[in-house]
Design a protein around this ligand. Structure first.
Ligand SMILES: Cc1cc2nc3c(=O)[nH]c(=O)nc-3n(C[C@H](O)[C@H](O)[C@H](O)COP(=O)(O)OP(=O)(O)OC[C@H]3O[C@@H](n4cnc5c(N)ncnc54)[C@H](O)[C@@H]3O)c2cc1C
Length: 296
């Protein structure tokens, strides 16, 4: 049976966290009857044309049944073109994938649209872009895998001259990849933009990434890219600390995969306490002030 090929991006040698989810999805497919999992790694910053050539050559050689890549800037830059050129099956925004009775099935669930069930009749190779936060992660170190390191070589269309050394700080990190998230809700809106600025400063000092609830985005107090939830970013950090967030279903759906959730809310009946591992019925500003004081 043909392989399940995982195309995982690395940044300067470090695998992006979503790669572990791709592996989880791949192992599940393998257990359902598809072939062994093969892990191919590729530089997340490779130019799209170079990545397309390198991945295209690998697919032509291996003819895997399924290729799983992360739905994101990297693969979106070349995967649709590659699929069109190779005649492969293709879907983006995939939130579930299964091998059922010899047939590949996927679900595509973009927020606000009905979830589509997809099949790929007559396709021997199908390229799927998986949404982060939707699959159980597997650690590549514990897994027995064939590993291939792709080395896209730039062609004449573009030349990469090196890096400007600008490390990504926690505050600029994409929410979906953050390991420690500090989240603010409407409970902090009483101080207007000032409350959110205080949260940002605290997040900077704790090396956390700031998230907000939908209420703050609607209120114009924070940009949409910082929204955690079903219509924002799905997050899966080690620690998620929520201050003044009620726990609306649309918010909870996006944070449920956090390893440890800590909630502060002055309402003991707030829904966020239903999924929080640690909770404090307290005033968010008091907690914020205390944290600021302790950090000096
Ligand atoms: C189609 C759709 C999609 C949506 N998508 C998202 C999404 O992706 N993400 C998202 O977050 N929302 C989303 N929403 C909005 C969502 O329904 C809620 O309105 C929103 O999450 C509420 O944000 P909140 O918890 O900050 O505010 P509220 O629900 O108003 O809760 C504020 C909480 O703060 C507490 N509080 C107030 N003052 C204090 C204080 N001083 N100290 C401590 N606690 C205090 C209150 O007790 C309350 O529990 C969506 C809504 C719709 C209709």
């Amino acid at each position: 049976v043909s392989d399940v090929l995982v195309l995982a991006e690395h940044r300067r040698g470090e695998l992006r966290p979503v790669g572990r989810e791709l592996l989880g999805a791949a192992h599940a497919l393998s257990e359902q009857g598809l072939g062994p999992v093969v892990l191919a790694t590729i530089d997340a910053e490779a130019e799209a044309n170079a990545a397309q050539a390198a991945v295209g050559a690998l697919l032509a050689e291996r003819l895997p049944a399924v290729v799983l890549a992360a739905h994101g800037r990297g693969a979106l830059g070349f995967a649709p073109a590659l699929a069109a050129r190779g005649g492969y099956g293709f879907a983006r925004d995939v939130t579930a994938v299964n091998w059922e009775r010899g047939e590949l099935r996927a679900e595509r669930g973009v927020y606000g649209e009905p979830v589509r069930e997809l099949g790929f009749p007559g396709k021997d190779t199908v390229l799927l872009l998986l949404r982060a936060g939707a699959f159980d992660p597997v650690d590549p170190r514990g897994a027995e895998l064939e590993q291939i390191e792709l080395r896209p070589t730039p062609d004449a269309r573009v030349r990469h001259d090196g890096y400007l050394d600008r490390p990504v700080e926690a505050r600029d990190q994409a929410l979906g990849e953050a390991d420690f998230v500090l989240a603010a809700g409407r409970g902090l809106a009483d101080e207007g933009a000032q409350g959110i600025a205080r949260m940002q400063r605290l997040a900077d000092r704790l090396e956390a990434t700031l998230a907000v609830s939908g209420a703050l985005v609607e209120g114009g107090l924070a940009p949409g890219v910082r929204k955690a939830g079903i219509s924002g970013r799905r997050v899966a950090p080690s620690v998620y600390v929520a201050l003044g967030i009620s726990g609306a279903p649309q918010h909870l759906a996006g944070i449920a995969r956090s390893h440890t959730i800590v909630a502060v809310n002055r309402d003991p009946d707030a829904r966020i306490f239903e999924i929080a591992h640690y909770g404090a019925v307290a005033d968010a500003f008091e907690v914020l002030g205390e944290l600021e004081r302790r950090l000096g």
